[in-house]
Write a protein that binds this ligand. Structure first.
Ligand SMILES: Cc1cc2nc3c(=O)[nH]c(=O)nc-3n(C[C@H](O)[C@H](O)[C@H](O)COP(=O)(O)OP(=O)(O)OC[C@H]3O[C@@H](n4cnc5c(N)ncnc54)[C@H](O)[C@@H]3O)c2cc1C
Length: 405
């Protein structure tokens, strides 16, 4: 008998692959429904993987990414897309290789997985929380549930997720269970999180989104990352896909005690000189236009007003009366608006948890614990975290599939 603890994407996939070998499988989920976090993914559309080359998958994970090599070899992004296609759910590829179901609904991914659990005759116990893994002579013997039930098993796969969005059921139980059994735990912290900024600007810019900008992360004034994409200003900081990716770098650098700052290049397609030429052309063609009006062509009004304030240029100044210094100051801001980072958003609101069961405690070819025979781990509770773009779900599915085998 194989018991799987946790009915998220990794646990469901583990159950399906374990059952494919004619094993008797029981999936235990503490919520009333399976896959609650899965339903939140991709803004409810579920960015289930990324179409990048399989080798690229690993490069989209933080330091421990290499651990996933075998899991991806066994079940990579192409296998996952095929898995869904063969069962009737087609996918489509969007910007940056992000893969979504054609239905644009995370629910259709969950429905398909639940259908497959049924088809594979997997016993699913919901509203059942596992509180202990029973072990005898360094080998699992089963699990003890909170309601007092003991379920015997010769293999147990723990797939209880990370520690963010606790209302979905990801409360770190499996990490505690693994620790109790002597596994080394890497301290947990947020990954893929929005950033709060020290400056007072964000609240004035709240709600503004900027597309095709470049976000540059600097640590002790040295550039450590730059990425193009979209950002959105929140009440006290910034969010959006490239911010989430940048947050991992920010966390790493802050941990090393470095002072981290951000720059937003609103005009990344032009260098400073080219941009100045464009601006001069716009200005010379309009003797009556104010600089406020000219700026509207490059930035949303509220942002343009802020840039004028920062460069001490009156909004009603005629554009063709700008001094060369004023023009240069404006360009500097449009090409490098600077913010100091106050913090990353709390672990609770992060999309992914960094840390968890150390990869050194797990055999990467099987996902079996090196400490307890018959005990396996899968998904986000392992110390792996990937970029935004479908990588975390792919890791959950791949590690679940391998553990199930
Ligand atoms: C808002 C949001 C959006 C996201 N969007 C994306 C995206 O588009 N693409 C992407 O790749 N990743 C995305 N992620 C990340 C992705 O959702 C996770 O990496 C993934 O869900 C991890 O899967 P998992 O199965 O390991 O854990 P989880 O999905 O957390 O599932 C763990 C399950 O275990 C259950 N459980 C916990 N403890 C116990 C216990 N003691 N007994 C029984 N059951 C237990 C929980 O109730 C839960 O159902 C997003 C995350 C968030 C929060």
């Amino acid at each position: 008998m194989i018991v799987i603890v946790g009915g998220g994407p990794s646990g469901m996939m583990a159950a399906i692959s374990a059952a494919s070998n004619n094993n008797e499988v029981t999936l235990i989920e503490k919520n009333e429904h399976l896959g609650r976090k899965l339903l939140l993914t991709g803004g409810g559309r579920c960015n289930l993987t990324n179409i990048c080359e399989p080798e690229e998958l690993i490069h989209n994970f933080s330091k421990t990414g290499n651990f996933l090599r075998n899991a991806f070899k066994t079940f990579d992004n192409k296998d996952l897309i095929l898995f869904f296609a063969e069962r009737g759910l087609k996918t489509k590829v969007e910007e940056d290789g992000r893969v979504f179901p054609v239905t644009d609904k995370a629910l259709s991914v969950l429905d398909l997985l639940e259908e497959e659990l049924k088809r594979s005759r997997i016993k699913v116990l919901v509203n059942t929380s596992v509180k202990k893994i029973n072990v005898s002579q360094d080998a699992v013997t089963g699990v003890l549930c909170k309601n007092g039930t003991i379920i015997e098993a010769d293999k147990v796969i723990v797939a209880t997720g990370g520690l963010s969005y606790k209302a979905t059921g990801s409360t770190g139980d499996g990490i505690k269970l693994a620790e109790e059994l002597g596994h080394r735990i890497i301290p947990v912290k947020p990954a893929l999180a929005a950033l709060t900024l020290k400056s007072i600007f964000p609240e004035r810019l709240e709600g503004i989104s900027l597309n095709d900008v470049k976000l540059i992360v600097k640590a002790d004034k040295k550039k450590v990352m730059s990425e193009k994409g979209s950002i959105i200003f929140t009440k006290n900081g910034i969010s959006g896909p490239i911010t989430l990716s940048a947050s991992s770098k920010v966390i790493d650098c802050a941990d090393e005690g470095k002072k981290v700052s951000l720059e937003i290049d609103i005009m990344p397609m032009l260098d400073q000189k080219e941009f100045e030429e464009v601006l001069i052309k716009k200005i010379s063609g309009s003797s009556v236009k104010t600089i406020k009006n000219v700026l509207k062509e490059f930035a949303p009004t509220r942002l343009g007003d802020l840039l004028l304030e920062l460069s001490r240029i009156p909004q009603d100044k005629k554009a063709n009366q700008l001094t060369s210094k004023e023009r240069k100051d404006l360009i500097m801001l449009l090409k490098g608006l600077k913010f100091d980072i106050k913090d990353t958003v709390s672990l609770e609101k992060a999309q992914v948890t960094r840390g968890g069961v150390s990869v050194k405690e797990i055999d990467p070819t099987t996902m079996e614990s090196k400490k307890v025979k018959g005990l396996y781990f899968a998904g986000e509770m392992i110390d792996i975290d990937g970029n935004c773009g479908g990588f975390n779900l792919q890791a959950a599915f791949s590690t679940g599939y391998l553990a199930g085998l």
